[in-house]
Design a binder for this molecule. Structure first.
Ligand code: B12
Length: 304
């Protein structure tokens, strides 16, 4: 459930008077609801939307549950990547959140933060682990911190509408990689989907059951670790059949899906970046738009 803020708290967060916030609420510039007692309340994600879309500065980040230094960073991506890598390796939860939210508040999309800041930082984490310069516990801690960050960024996004399409997905048995599937969820959420990662390490039968029971409009499979290709290919064929039978596009991605392996797989789309998935998902959601909400002049096919 989304946290609700009073006009006084919003005013403290962005450094304006309470009267200004109340006026914005009444003019609809800031969406607010009223309590039974008639007091204005603003949802946390609405405050984030307002800051991202207006020129307002964040001066009281703690009010929004962010580290005290958030809002003072430069918001540039290249520098953020270096600092993110250092913060992840140091296990510095606050700095990770500060770097990511500085970018987010400056208008950078979650998908860009994932593809261009977090994923490259984890590549460096992997190199350092391989060279023996980083303990494995630090690598795992970095993953835990990032999962919490993704959850907090999701809370800062607008909630998907009731008509939003559903996407589900996860990883197969033996693949313990939690971040890629969690990132897919966050990025699809940002694109307006109801997205639910089912987590990792699933026997294929249960993923097929999820397709049958949940009837999503899109299913994703993240593949970051493979032990025996033949076993994987057999499991994948079962999943692919289930998706095909339910007429659901199966989207795959992940670092171990080589071109050679992919030649033996049947899927709707392979994406080597999350941005590609979002572009694909937009064509699916456009096709699922209720026809009543379409203008008569609008084409019914996928949009750009
Ligand atoms: C974290 C990590 C782990 C953690 C994972 C913990 C967790 N909770 O997830 C743990 C400690 C478990 C782990 C274990 C191992 N690891 Co490891 N690990 C990593 C590390 C550092 C980060 C992986 C990660 O999550 N990255 C973040 C994701 C989001 O980024 P990404 O994979 O690049 O994904 C992008 C795209 O591929 C795409 N994408 C990915 N998935 C999907 C899915 C969809 C649907 C879509 C559309 C797109 C998409 O979008 C992403 C963003 O751009 C990598 C380094 C690296 N180069 O990736 C090593 C790495 C993958 N690990 C490696 C190894 C060797 C191992 C172990 C074998 C070590 C061991 N001896 O035990 C084990 C194997 C796993 C097992 N079964 O036990 C090697 C693999 C080398 C190789 N040649 O394959 C790497 C490359 C490290 C290295 N440099 O040597 N690991």
């Amino acid at each position: 459930m989304q946290q609700q803020l009073s006009p006084k708290q919003v005013a403290r967060a962005i450094g304006v008077s309470e009267a200004s916030v109340k006026r914005w609420c009444d003019k609809g510039i800031l969406q607010a609801t009223r309590t039974v007692g008639g007091h204005r309340r603003v949802l946390l994600n609405e405050v984030f939307r307002f800051i991202r879309e207006s020129d307002q500065q964040l001066v009281g980040p703690e009010v929004l549950g962010l580290p005290a230094t958030t809002g003072q960073g430069e918001g540039t991506r290249d520098r953020a990547r270096e600092r993110m890598e250092e913060a992840l390796e140091a296990g510095d939860d606050e700095r990770v959140r500060q770097i990511a939210f500085d970018l987010f508040l400056a208008g950078t999309k979650v998908v860009t933060i994932c593809d261009e800041v977090l994923a490259p930082s984890f590549r460096s984490v992997g190199h350092h682990w391989e060279e023996g310069a980083l303990e494995v516990y630090r690598e795992r801690l970095a993953c835990e911190i990032t999962l919490r960050l993704l959850y907090q960024m999701e809370q800062a996004l607008p909630a998907p509408g009731s008509e939003a399409p559903l996407a589900i997905g996860g990883t197969l048995e033996g693949d313990p990689y939690t971040l890629p599937t969690a990132m897919v969820q966050a990025c699809l959420r940002e694109a307006g989907w109801h997205a639910r990662s089912l987590g990792t390490n699933h026997p294929v039968e249960t993923l097929c059951a999820a397709i049958g029971e949940e009837r999503p409009q899109l299913f994703w499979l993240s593949v970051s670790y493979l032990q025996v290709d033949e076993h994987f290919l057999a499991q994948f064929a079962t999943l692919s059949q289930a998706a095909n039978k339910a007429r659901i596009p199966l989207v795959v991605g992940g670092r171990t899906l080589t071109a050679q392996l992919r030649e033996q797989m049947r899927y709707a789309a392979f994406c080597d970046r999350l941005a590609h998935l979002i572009a694909f998902a937009q064509t699916v959601s456009a096709a699922h738009q209720p026809s009543a909400s379409r203008s008569p002049l609008e084409p019914s096919g996928p949009s750009a």
